[in-house]
Design a protein. Structure first.
Lengths: 207, 744
């Protein structure tokens, strides 16, 4: 089986890891300049291979000071969520990672949790995987290997720049395209063929 | 105040209104999302005591005393980020932002740390907003490391700059132009002689050359001969110049690239540049040797022909040329569509080819999982796509070009109709001969037209290619030799790392405050998990990159003060990724010391344990390796590269997982070779297999870019909860198990 065209580690240098170098729960942030770090906890092979399924029975999520926390087995740790299959399963197969980027457990589906927690998890995921949907391409200019875009998105007008347009358009499937700009922003066109004719004409050459 | 982003005056006023002393503010930044990541315009300010967050449009004003924050850092998500403050009560989210604001936020965090320490802010020149924006259009440079604004890059400037390069070929270009002028004038003369002139002056019986058929025929033949000669001359020069110019261009580009530091090659923006080198030189050559001369000639031809047409019969010319603009527009449209279809066909065939390459090289897996049926299905779908775009392209070609021909015919019909009427009614001195010449010329006007439409695309392609060329030529190597750099004499091989910090990407530290010393002739082992930053230390010592802060000293000199040549001469690296160039084994061993004698080469190979396997190869040291030739195994390649390092005989030797690709038996043999090699040399051994490090005097354990432990093997083992001890026990167990397996 061919792996789907992942963009996470690709040309863009990949998204930087959560927490690890910023301290997360484990101490001071390094981007800020100071603070120490807890040494990595060695995990046994058994621990690595075992999947802890998080359910309302064993896990409770909460938000404190704008950040997500998980209470598990009497511990409260700051966590971040990752989609295991970000292009297919938006609300299922969610890995919960701690500040050291190690998996604490997995969520089979956010629907297993009650309304409040589900909203919390959904919000966190939407924020992490934020990619404005392009509704209309206002203008698209190609200059010396860079392309300058002006688009209307669900979040309003946006302008961005792509480097090497062909490579910055990532085809998820026949219809869906993700654009990666020079700053590392992501934009999405869920269905290219559903774009209005004038927008389609502009992007057509790069498809 | 250092405003990382422009701050609107009403925001500052809002702060003042809230009682902030605006004169004391030291730092300001803008964020485009709020805490819940909704679109917003939030501003963060700081003075030496307080952090402010303000959004006048929503009436938000918050303050936080700086001394309550132990740090402020940026946490990156996918396309967004968060600014988080560490407080006694745990981390607090200050604001979120999209990656548009990421660089600004990283700067904010960086300078906030300075403020918190109580130091005055001294802004690094490269952090100034002016350094990041194009002074002309105000847009941010797409690549922050290069002050090139593609948006404002002027075509004129690019071509002007390139003309210097072209001057080298001026003699050839002039000859090309002369041949083209001859060619064109002959093509204009020929129809006149064979049609208008022939009818009116020769056959008609009343003309000046009546009856002198042979003379006129001779003239016609002469023009043909001259035209052929001009064509031959043109072809001869062009092919001569082509080879020379493409060669020169490639040399220039390659030379410019070679000069750059390793950072350039690993930078994401340049991956595409490299593959373009070949295509670009061809594009540039084609434009200047094919495109420009033809363009000049065609412009002249169109002008001359138009003048001639109007001279023959102005009214007829005006009527017949109505179709020209229509034709021009039509051609543009057709070219655009054709290009698109070609692009689609190209990508179709590319994906089919890569699919085939993928499947054929993975045939074992396909068979093992019995997925043949499935793969055939995938092949069909790729193949169908390609066939579909092929069909579209040929359909297009079949209906589009006849359509263009139709427009031409319309022009012709007008000329024939109106012209014929003119000849019959003897309007304006029109004769049959003149009409024939007229129509011949008119058709000649059309052929340059389609060239013009294509010229627009070619100019764009060429400016792109030139833009990239100059970009490479202008790129500054990150690692630069000081003008007063000193030679490393190699008398001492002492290596010191002094509080070294380094990051490949901004804000993402790979090496964090690493210090250690290796005495002259000493052996240091560096241990750590994969990805801990061990190889980066080697890269820094080789000065493939420069440290962010801290200093590396070799033989007592900071590496920054040394000439790169003398540094490279004294330091050799045998790394986990061995790279052998295409050529013979001999060439590869001699790579670092081309003047080495055969005896030296053999000795080095013997030291590296490579001699035996080399002698088993049919052509021994002359065995060709590399693409298309015999392939060496991983262990063999490594031994060749060790031989290469031995031959170089450096003062300092870095062994970066040098024996990782070998089985235990081979490794043991190589270890012996290495012991010989490392005699009297300062050696840094990097490994995650600890058995490799038996001979090290001292060990440094690296964990996530930091020195976790340091000491001798014995000292480290004695540590109760030490990282090394844990690693060692784990590996010992694994080795014992492997040993058992080997025996059975």
């Amino acid at each position: 089986m061919k792996t789907p065209p992942m963009m996470m580690g690709g040309g863009m240098g990949g998204p930087p890891p959560f927490g690890a170098r910023n301290g997360g729960i484990s101490g001071g942030g390094r981007s800020g300049g100071d603070g120490g770090r807890r040494p990595r906890r060695e995990r046994s092979l058994e621990e690595i291979m075992k999947t802890v399924w998080l359910t309302p029975e064993n896990a409770a999520f909460s938000r404190k000071n704008g950040l997500l926390y998980l209470s598990l087995e009497g511990r409260e740790i700051r966590v971040s969520l990752r989609r295991d299959f970000p292009f297919e399963e938006l609300w299922s197969y969610i890995s919960v990672l701690d500040g050291e980027e190690e998996e604490v457990g997995m969520i089979r589906s956010v629907d297993l949790f009650g309304d409040e927690t589900r909203t919390l998890l959904t919000e966190e995921l939407e924020r992490r995987y934020y990619a404005p949907v392009i509704l209309h391409i206002v203008s698209l200019k190609e200059r010396y290997g860079f392309s300058y875009w002006k688009v209307d998105t669900a979040d309003g007008k946006m302008e961005f720049t792509l480097h090497d347009t062909y490579k910055s358009l990532i085809h998820i499937d026949a219809k869906r395209v993700i654009l990666l700009d020079v700053d590392g922003n992501r934009f999405e066109i869920p269905d290219v063929s559903a774009l209005d004719r004038r927008s389609y004409r502009k992007i057509e050459l790069y498809l | 105040m250092f405003s990382i982003d422009p701050i609107p005056s009403d925001v500052t006023e809002y702060l003042v209104w809230n009682g902030v002393n605006a004169g004391r503010l030291a730092l300001a930044v803008r964020s485009d999302r709020d805490r819940d990541q909704r679109p917003a315009e939030e501003y963060l300010f700081a003075d030496e005591r307080t952090l402010y967050l303000a959004d006048p449009s929503r009436g938000i004003f918050e303050t936080r005393p700086l001394d309550a924050l132990s740090s402020v850092f940026v946490e990156e998500q996918l396309s967004t980020g968060r600014l988080i403050a560490q407080t006694v009560d745990g981390p607090v989210l200050l604001t979120s932002f999209t990656n548009f604001c990421k660089d600004s936020m990283l700067l904010f965090a960086k300078y906030l740390a300075v403020l918190r320490r109580g130091d005055p802010i001294e802004v690094d020149e490269k952090d100034l907003p002016e350094a990041k924006r194009c002074p002309k259009c105000g847009m941010r440079y797409p690549d922050p490391n290069r002050a090139v604004c593609p948006h404002c890059m002027e075509k004129g400037k690019i071509f002007k700059r390139f003309s210097v390069f072209l001057l080298r070929y001026r003699a050839d270009l002039i000859l090309i132009l002369i041949s083209l002028v001859t060619l064109t004038s002959m093509s204009i003369l020929a129809p006149y002689l064979s049609s208008g002139f022939f009818y009116d002056q020769v056959i008609d019986g009343t003309g000046r050359f009546a009856g002198e058929l042979l003379l006129v025929l001779g003239m016609v033949v002469a023009t043909k001969v001259l035209k052929t000669l001009a064509t031959m001359l043109n072809n001869w020069i062009t092919s001569k110049v082509a080879a020379k110019m493409v060669f020169d261009l490639k040399k220039t580009i390659f030379g410019a690239i070679e000069r750059l530091s390793l950072g350039f090659f690993t930078g994401r923006q340049t991956g595409g540049l490299m593959t373009q080198v070949n295509d670009d030189s061809n594009t540039i050559y084609e434009f200047f040797c094919d495109g420009v001369p033809y363009f000049v000639i065609n412009v002249v031809q169109v002008v001359v022909l138009t003048v001639l047409l109007f001279w023959i019969q102005p009214l007829l010319a005006a009527l017949a040329l109505i179709t020209v603009p229509v034709f021009f527009l039509l051609m543009r449209w057709l070219f655009r569509n054709e290009k698109m279809l070609h692009a689609r066909r190209f990508s179709g065939s590319k994906s089919l080819n890569s699919f085939l390459a993928d499947v054929f090289s993975g045939m074992r897996v396909v068979k093992a999982f019995s997925r043949e049926e499935n793969e055939i299905g995938r092949f069909s779908s790729h193949s169908r796509n390609l066939a579909e775009s092929d069909k579209k392209l040929s359909l297009f070609n079949n209906y589009a070009w006849p359509l263009a021909g139709l427009v031409l015919t319309v022009g012709n019909m007008i000329a024939w109709g109106v012209g014929g009427w003119m000849v019959m009614s003897d309007y304006g001195g029109m004769t049959y001969g003149k009409l024939l010449t007229f129509i011949a010329y008119m058709n000649m006007i059309y052929s340059p037209l389609d060239f013009f439409t294509d010229m627009i695309n070619r100019t764009a392609d060429c400016t792109n290619a030139l833009g990239r060329l100059f970009e490479i030529m202008d790129a500054q190597p990150d690692v630069r030799e000081k003008p007063d750099a000193v030679e490393l004499d190699g008398s001492s091989g002492k290596v010191e790392f002094d509080h070294v910090c380094f990051s490949y990407q901004k804000g993402r530290r790979v090496i964090d405050d690493v210090s250690f010393t290796v005495e002259d002739g000493g052996i240091l082992g560096i241990v750590g998990h994969t990805g801990a930053g061990k190889s980066t230390l080697a890269n820094l010592l080789m000065r493939l990159y420069d440290t962010e802060s801290g200093e590396i000293r070799v033989g007592g000199h900071p590496v920054r003060d040394l000439t790169l040549r003398s540094l490279y001469r004294n330091v050799a690296i045998v790394s986990q990724e061995t790279y052998l160039f295409m050529g013979t084994i001999l060439d590869n061993i001699r790579y670092a010391k081309p003047e080495a004698s055969f005896a030296e080469v053999v000795e080095a190979a013997k030291c590296a344990g490579a001699h035996d396997f080399i002698m088993r190869l049919p052509d021994a040291y002359h065995t060709r390796i590399g693409a298309g030739y015999s392939e060496l195994s991983g262990g063999e390649r490594q031994r060749v590269s060790i031989a290469r390092a031995i031959l170089k005989d450096p003062k300092i030797l870095i062994l970066d997982e040098a024996t990782a690709a070998m089985d235990t038996a081979t490794e043991r043999r190589i270890q012996e070779a290495l012991t010989k090699l490392t005699e009297g040399k300062t050696t840094i051994m990097i490994a995650h297999r600890l058995s490799t490090l038996r001979d090290a005097d001292r060990l440094v354990v690296i964990e996530r870019g930091r020195v976790a432990e340091t000491g001798t093997h014995r000292e480290l083992l004695a540590r109760e909860n030490g990282v090394y001890r844990k690693l060692f026990t784990l590996q010992e167990e694994a080795l014992q198990q492997a040993g058992v397996l080997e025996e059975t």
